[in-house]
Design a protein around this ligand. Structure first.
Ligand SMILES: Nc1ncnc2c1ncn2[C@@H]1O[C@H](COP(=O)(O)OP(=O)(O)OP(=O)(O)O)[C@@H](O)[C@H]1O
Ligand SMILES: [Mg+2]
Length: 232
């Protein structure tokens, strides 16, 4: 199996926006990349506001939503808790079976996690255990503002302690609060220094109602796609 894993320092940091943008941008470069959101909570798979539907719209993949997101739960909770409350038990091997199906259709698959890395995920795995199973190189999406150096360094270290490859960090949502704070201006360089990891790009805040059709172009403009391509 070949692919990428997109995680973040927390929930709501921008994994779906960045993952959708990356898949769209890399596909425009001729790379056959599918997208997979194996466990989604907060919206059912078909819900147009859910991650799976947004990933498909942003990236332009033509796979069926059920292939992109086989397991979904309406409650906005950690996937394991939402799943348990829905009376289900899903295991890593279930996710891998669905991923294999997408891998048969695409050369590579980008996988979006849920929340951050220590999130209770399947019945038998945290998000990070699932990444370990895949052994895909990881992109970490980080907030731009105060606190992000700590969160990012901990996430990077957590991955490396398990032998995983961190391609780099994408700082997302830069400039949401104007004027840009001293912390925000300095954080990309501090992340590189403290976490010893490349910052692959700084993606600006696109407004309170961002246009999904802009997201591929923004990722294209702001992210070092060559570094990511070199890990595929
Ligand atoms: N650069 C940006 N500019 C404007 N809005 C953004 C940007 N990045 C993310 N958002 C918005 O912030 C919210 C959270 O982003 P997103 O859904 O991508 O986060 P996530 O990390 O995937 O969350 P989850 O943990 O629920 O999967 C969304 O409403 C999204 O549209
Ligand atoms: Mg998401």
């Amino acid at each position: 199996m070949s692919g990428l894993f997109v995680t973040a320092t927390d929930t709501e940091v921008g994994k779906t926006v960045i993952a959708g943008g990356l898949v769209g941008a890399l596909r425009q470069e001729g790379i056959d990349l599918g997208v997979f959101k194996p466990m989604q909570s907060g919206h059912l798979t078909e819900n147009p506001e859910g991650d799976a539907a947004r990933l498909v719209r942003i990236s332009g993949v033509d796979d069926d939503l059920r292939e992109v997101c086989p397991y979904s739960y309406a409650e906005p909770l950690a996937p394991r808790l939402a799943m348990t409350r829905a009376g289900e038990r899903i295991f890593t091997e279930d996710l891998l079976r669905h991923l294999q199906h997408l891998q048969n259709k695409h050369q590579h698959v980008l996988v979006e996690g849920a929340g951050g890395l220590a999130v209770p995920y399947t019945s038998d795995a945290l998000v990070v255990d699932f990444v370990r199973e895949l052994n895909f190189p990881v992109v970490v999406v980080a907030r731009p503002d105060l606190g992000t150096v700590n969160h990012t360094a901990l996430s990077v270290e957590y991955l490396r302690a398990r032998g995983l490859t961190v391609i780099g960090v994408i700082v997302n949502g830069y400039g949401r609060a104007a004027p840009v704070s001293v912390a925000e201006r300095n954080n990309p360089a501090m992340i590189e220094e403290v976490a010893q990891v490349p910052v692959l790009g700084v993606v600006p805040w696109l407004g309170d109602e961002p246009n999904e059709s802009d997201m591929v172009a923004v990722v294209w403009d702001c992210v070092d796609l060559n570094s990511i391509k070199s890990h595929l």
